[in-house]
Design a protein around this ligand. Sequence first.
Ligand code: HEM
Length: 510
Amino acid sequence: MSVSVLSPSRLLGGISGLLQVACLLGLFLLLLKAAQLYLHRRGLLRALKQFPSPPSHWLFGHNQEFQKDQELQWTMKWVQKLPSAFPHWLWGTKVRMLLYDPDYIKMVLGRSDPKSNGSYRFLAPWIGQGLLLLDGQTWFQHRRMLTPAFHYDILKPYVGLMANSVRVMLDKLEELIGQDSPVEIFQHVSLMTLDTIMKCAFSHQGSIQLDRNSQSYIQAIGDLNNLVFCRIRNAFHQNDTIYRLTPAGRWAHRACQIAHQHTDQVIKLRKAHLREEGELEKVRRRRHLDFLDILLFTKTENGSSLPDEDLRAEVDTFMFAGHDTTASSISWILYALAKNPKHQQKCREEIQSLLGDGAPITWDHLDQMPYTTMCIKEALRLYPPVPSVGRELSKPITFPDGRSLPKGTIVVLYIYALHHNPKVWPNPEVFDPSRFAPSSARHSHAFLPFSGGSRNCIGKQFAMIELKVAVALTLLRFKLLPDPTRVPTPLPTVVLKSKNGIHLHLRKLL
Ligand code: HEM
């Protein structure tokens, strides 16, 4: 009996044959990929053989070594044991070198390696290609364009604006402390620093601290900090398309939308306002150009205005970098002073001698609070608001002790670990402002809250002014005490946060 060409059994046989071929091909590709990953891992192990590593799993890296949220404690344990640097394996083929030796860090900051693509690219959907993420010639042009926005003459009048924002926050806190319960200060400080950057850099009229929309912006920035931190550490979340499909990816997308709504609104309002105000020269004669004016009036080399995308990226970058870092620093400084009442009182006496008669704080006062400045620096050492920065080596590097790393290595300049490194800072966990006494000496790269080299923080003077104003006015109004039942747990997200908030008791001074 003849069998037709299209008979079901022939068809099934054909399909199963095809399936077998597809399976074999799949298996072959899988083996090829596994061999590729194996060789890649071997190459990495060979390249880093001069640097002993904490024990790690071949597939899960160091993730099994510590509980989630315990990464900082785990890192510090190994900083004590391994000199200068060690590899942190995120998973089988992903490793970053953690550096915490001032000589090592000095060498890296003296070069011009780009920001590491592995972590900074996850910030791009949020803050775009602004100053923080740019590299090369475009970075240089933007840095040159924006530097005048932080000139001494521009910063001077900010003291009054900052003091107003701090006063609004302190009034709010005063209303909250009716009962003897502690206050979680991070959220209040964040709204205050957002208010400050909005007033100083974006000449915003009105109070952000009393506006509900600002709270959703602050919430979105907090979420994005956590989401970026987790994404860097998750092998399955590296691919953009896959990440977008995950709950975390959708959450990040929504948070970015909220953040962008806030910045879009700022740009839209200013463009409308400038149309009313008229030409640049007229505006310049009437008032100082603020950060946003500079961006809007800038002409690129071919004479055209800054493209909208670049403008948005810079606004998003400065809005985030200009408020979240200062919120972190002020909150941790107040916590450090609450834990160290003698130093707190010494700062208060210094400030009372300047402002005790109710005089408003001015630019000239800022240089007359040496002890408070020492305490601020010591708190920035213990709680660096930016816990780490990353670079991708564009050429090999050999450190002073002779050990080297090849081109392409991701290095993390671990500022938190540098600041807690017992070889650099004896008794690193002790709050001791005398480390910053004018007579004390230290390595040029032992204290780097604002990083260093050409990519240092463009806003560091702005930040230091804000920290002094906020600390001075807070200590004049309140005595600060820690809440022993809720000790904050530092969490090294993009900005140093506390896993459980920062709770303080505030006692109004008479
Ligand atoms: C206490 C507060 C602050 C701290 C601790 C801090 C820290 C830092 C650090 C460590 C970097 C280097 C980042 C890297 O290499 O990836 C940086 C860069 C930067 N910071 Fe700050 N910052 C603070 C406040 C500010 C403020 C107030 C602004 C703006 C008003 C600002 C704007 C920037 C920008 C735009 C960059 C990128 C600079 C560049 O790459 O050229 N920061 N900051």
